[in-house]
Each structure stands twice: as structure tokens, then as C-alpha cells.
Design a protein around this ligand. Structure first.
Ligand code: ZN
Ligand code: ZN
Ligand code: ZN
Ligand code: ZN
Length: 252
């Protein structure tokens, strides 16, 4: 069965006939001649139909509500790998949080939107050749981080985009953690290890092993579940040297 998707749009605002964000129940209204309006448009019509343009008696169109509620469609990011069949009324909510959706480049002021698995073109060729570290899974690499930088972009060999987050936790030290921005590929699980050695006594070192948090985008947020807290005394005040490795394993 196929249906013209335009039929599922409000004829006034042309938005999908979905409940507004603050409403869970779908309400579709029609005038006595069958002209359809969504809840928010209907509430502004004051009993005048936008098509018939005379006084109208509006009523809920329960049959159409049931049809719209029963429709499932594939996610708009299906071609990027999302396999979910999404209820039509939940489409916007799903696509907002879909891990296959494009995301904003985290470099401040860039504004580029990219898809998981396609970042190296943007980082290597276009703009930020100095702003990121390319790494191979399972191999540790050294990071020399400016203490004031809130994050460093780490680009995996498969073009997954990770951020090494650096949160200044006055008066204690720096909290480090790794997040992945919209993994997209749900077949992989990512984990990471961070090691910091004291600049004065290199034999003093601290280490964290943790799983990588999947984040929708960089919003200045830091995950709180796990992080390595490196005390100020441990590192120099301007630069911090860390040994980092990110692992990738098949999720069962
Ligand atoms: Zn509307
Ligand atoms: Zn009408
Ligand atoms: Zn999706
Ligand atoms: Zn960018």
C-alpha cells in the first residue's frame, strides 16, 4: 500500500499532522466540508475555515487520526544506516536523536554538518588539518593538550568522530573523558584508556579504562559517569601530556 505523504501534512502549515511537542495525543480537526487542520493551526482559526473561508463547525477527524497514528515509515537517515521503522507521529522526535543524523562540526565557528563515517574529507582536506588527531584503534598515542582547550578532536581510522574532553574542575584538576559523536554504526562498541604521568615523578601515573559514551553532539557537556581526574600538581599549568588509546570491538 502506498500513500501520498502530502496527505499527511496539515493543509495550513504544511507540517506533518503530528502532535505538538508538549502534547502526546494526536488531534486532527476538519470543517464540515472535510478541510483538515492540525491542532495548533485549528486553535488559531477561531471557527473560520481557511479554505471555505466562512463560519465552520470543526470536529475531530478520528478516522484520519487513527490512520496517521498507525503509519510507520523509515527514518530519513535510512540510507546512512538507520534501520528503525518510526511511527509517523514520532518521526521528528526520532530523527532529532537518531545516531545516524548529520552533526555539526565541533570546531567552534565552523558550522559544517557532516555524517558519521565521512569526516576525514572535512578535517584533512577542508579546514582543520591542525585541529585533530588521526588514530588507529587499539594503538596508544600521545596527546599534548593545551590546558585551556575544552576538547581535542580524535578521528578514528573508520572516520568515527571522537572528542577527548578536558574539563577544568577547579580547585581539583582536569577531568578527561572520551565521547563519540553519533556512532551511527551500532555494530561497534568503543572503549578507551587514558594514562597521565606526573611531570615531576614520571613513575607516578594514573590510568582510566572506560567505555566511550555516545553523544548526539558537542554542547559543552561532559559525561559524568567516568573520567580521569588529573590533579593540577600532576601536570604543568599550560600543557598536559596524556597517553590515549581507543578500542573498537564488535557489539554482540
Ligand atoms: Zn497546521
Ligand atoms: Zn472548509
Ligand atoms: Zn534514525
Ligand atoms: Zn569543521
Amino acid at each position: 500500500m502506498r500513500i501520498d505523504p502530502d496527505l499527511l501534512d496539515c493543509s495550513i502549515c504544511f507540517e506533518p499532522l503530528c502532535p505538538p511537542l508538549y502534547q502526546l495525543v494526536l488531534c486532527i480537526f476538519q470543517c464540515q466540508n472535510g478541510h483538515v487542520a492540525c491542532l495548533s493551526c485549528w486553535s488559531m482559526l477561531s471557527n473560520k475555515c481557511h479554505v471555505c473561508s466562512h463560519d465552520a463547525i470543526f470536529a475531530r477527524n478520528i478516522a484520519l487520526e487513527k490512520i496517521v497514528e498507525s503509519i510507520k515509515s523509515s527514518c530519513a537517515y535510512a540510507k546512512w544506516g538507520c534501520c528503525e521503522l518510526v511511527s509517523y507521529t514520532q518521526r521528528n522526535t526520532h530523527e532529532e536523536s537518531c545516531f545516524f543524523a548529520p552533526l555539526m562540526c565541533p570546531i567552534p565557528g565552523c558550522g559544517y554538518r557532516g555524517f558519521t563515517g565521512r569526516w576525514s574529507g572535512h578535517f584533512l582536506v577542508d579546514h582543520h588539518s591542525a585541529d585533530f588527531l588521526h588514530f588507529v584503534y587499539g594503538q596508544s598515542f600521545e596527546v599534548n593538550l593545551e590546558a585551556s582547550l575544552p576538547f581535542l578532536v580524535l578521528l578514528g581510522e573508520d572516520d568515527h568522530l571522537f572528542l577527548l574532553l578536558n574539563k577544568n574542575m577547579t580547585p581539583f584538576g582536569h577531568a578527561f573523558s572520551v565521547v563519540c559523536l553519533r556512532t551511527g554504526d551500532l555494530n561497534w562498541k568503543f572503549s578507551y584508556e587514558i594514562e597521565a604521568a606526573s611531570t615531576r615523578n614520571p613513575e607516578n601515573c594514573m590510568q582510566l579504562k572506560a567505555s566511550v559514551t555516545n553523544a548526539k553532539e558537542w554542547e559543552g557537556l561532559h559525561p559524568t559517569e567516568s573520567f580521569l581526574l588529573v590533579p593540577y600538581d600532576f601536570c604543568s599549568s599550560t600543557n598536559i601530556t596524556l597517553s590515549v588509546s581507543v578500542g573498537r570491538s564488535a557489539s554482540v
